[in-house]
Design a protein around this ligand. Structure first.
Ligand code: ADP
Ligand code: MG
Length: 269
């Protein structure tokens, strides 16, 4: 087994184009402009960059929600194109996406038990006894009580709902998680708890994370390596401590300079 969980080569995504209703060329947005990245096994790779820099588009391509315009991806040893040809189930067993808004990502009309049942049935094909046992394991893994399974999403706080969304992402035993602003909607005190849980799960289960955030302090706290995105390009990447201590690219420097919590902690040392 290779040490690389995800390999991204020259990935491009252009939106728009074609013709407008009146036959004019429609304007295009190049959201991702030739990104190459590697996520190593067991590692957290942070992707940081301001809103609109292409982070979510990159994430959505990885998990098969968006078709790349060009470039290649290899996920857990399998070429992306092969997963895409097999269908969404193939993606689901290898790579999972956790969204920013935990409550909105859970179906409000279903109990947590029913929500967790979906991947266990559709992706794993487990019988009902196995599914029930696995659901209990999953809620326990994210430090929630067993009666969570009978309750509905609106009964939980944002932090609890994000724990449940993480449990759902773990259901089909995918070893790679794409976490797109997973704590951005949460209060700072709750953010720390969810980040701690994510680190614990990563170490216990041997997961690899692509961790996206516009928040430098959050990315610095959880990432082994960091890639900085700016207008669809990766302008700089490196070990987290090194990148934050001596940023090379002027955009990274500007980003750090505009982050209040980071500058405060740096000036204190
Ligand atoms: P980020 O997650 O870093 O905020 P996004 O990947 O969401 O950035 O967006 C990158 C760029 O691509 C933005 O200019 C955005 O408006 C554009 N974009 C994203 N999704 C679409 C889409 N479905 N159609 C057209 N443009 C899009
Ligand atoms: Mg985004």
């Amino acid at each position: 087994m290779s040490d690389v969980a995800v390999e991204i080569r020259d990935l491009v995504k252009t939106f728009g184009g074609g013709r407008t209703l009146f036959g004019r060329a429609a304007s295009t947005v190049q959201a991702v402009k030739g990104v190459s990245l590697e996520l190593n096994r067991g590692e957290t790779l942070g992707i940081v960059g301001e809103s609109g820099s292409g982070k979510s588009t990159l994430a959505r391509m990885l998990v098969g929600l968006e078709q790349p315009t060009s470039g290649t991806m290899v996920i857990d040893g399998k070429p992306w194109a092969e997963l895409a040809a097999t269908g969404s189930r193939a993606f689901g067993r290898n790579i999972q996406y956790v969204f920013q808004d935990p409550v909105a990502s859970l179906n409000p009309r279903k109990t947590i038990g029913d929500i967790l049942d979906v991947p266990l049935r559709l992706l794993c094909g487990y019988d009902s006894a196995k599914r029930e046992a696995r659901k209990r394991e999953l809620v326990a893994a994210v430090h929630m009580p067993t009666n969570t399974l009978e309750r509905y999403p609106h009964e939980f706080s944002g932090g609890q709902a994000q724990r449940i969304a993480i449990a759902r992402a773990l259901a089909a035993e995918a070893r790679i998680l794409v976490l797109d602003e997973p704590v951005s909607a949460l209060d700072v005190s709750v953010q720390a708890q969810v980040l701690l849980l994510l680190q614990q799960l990563r170490d216990d289960l041997g997961l690899s994370y692509l961790f996206i955030s516009h928040d430098l302090a959050v990315v610095e706290s959880i990432s082994d390596r960091v890639a900085v995105m700016y207008l669809g390009d990766v302008v700089e990447s490196g070990p987290a401590a090194q990148l934050f201590a001596s940023p090379q690219h002027e955009y990274t420097r500007a980003l750090i300079a505009s982050a209040p919590r980071l500058t405060a902690s740096e000036s204190a040392t």
